[in-house]
Design a protein around this ligand. Structure first.
Ligand code: SF4
Ligand code: SF4
Length: 166
């Protein structure tokens, strides 16, 4: 049978930024970090203490391009091994787009627990990271990109549904 998913040229940059937008909406709806972050007392974010900038610039595919675009839009961060330069105390991450795979996917155990208990979502950040990296490497199959977007969309709907019951 003819499989059109293998014939279609994929715009991986567009797909990555689209998935990132969906992830952002998902985390905004969950609204955990700003209320319950267990890591820091005067700020928001694991990135403020022991987690620093990861940029995918050496990932073959569109890694370098996304990294360059990020520098143009948000400025180039200085080397800082203690705290990411895109992190702002009291606000969290300043990047709205062009985050690395790790930055887009990582969440702490506390938030994972919250997603499971409150929304019934089993979030596997390694699997999310793997999907994002496949896109950056320009290796993801179209069907997998579609399934990944559908999965995040279902998560968003689940969260909205539970939140609307408040
Ligand atoms: S993922 Fe967890 S540790 Fe990181 S900012 Fe959110 S609540 Fe804090
Ligand atoms: S870019 Fe954003 S999410 Fe990534 S380490 Fe820096 S502040 Fe954290």
């Amino acid at each position: 049978m003819f499989d059109d998913t293998k014939m279609t040229k994929i715009d991986y940059r567009h797909e990555y930024l689209t998935v990132e937008k969906l992830m952002r909406e998902f985390f905004q709806q969950v609204n955990f970090c700003g209320r319950f972050c267990p890591k820091v007392d005067k700020s928001i974010g694991c990135c403020a203490c022991n987690y620093y900038y990861d940029d995918d610039r050496f990932v073959k595919g569109i890694g370098k391009r996304l990294c360059l675009e990020r520098s143009v839009i948000y400025g180039k961060p200085k080397e800082n091994r203690k705290k990411c330069n895109y992190h702002e105390d009291g606000v969290g991450c300043k990047l709205v787009t062009h985050r690395s795979c790790l930055c887009n996917s990582f969440i702490c155990l506390e938030m994972k627990h919250f997603l499971r208990i409150r929304f019934g979502i089993d979030y596997d950040h390694i699997e999310v990271d793997r999907n994002l990296r496949e896109m950056i490497r320009c290796k993801a199959e179209l069907i997998n990109v579609k399934l990944f977007k559908a999965l995040i969309t279902v998560w968003i709907m689940k969260v909205k549904q539970v939140n609307s019951r408040k």
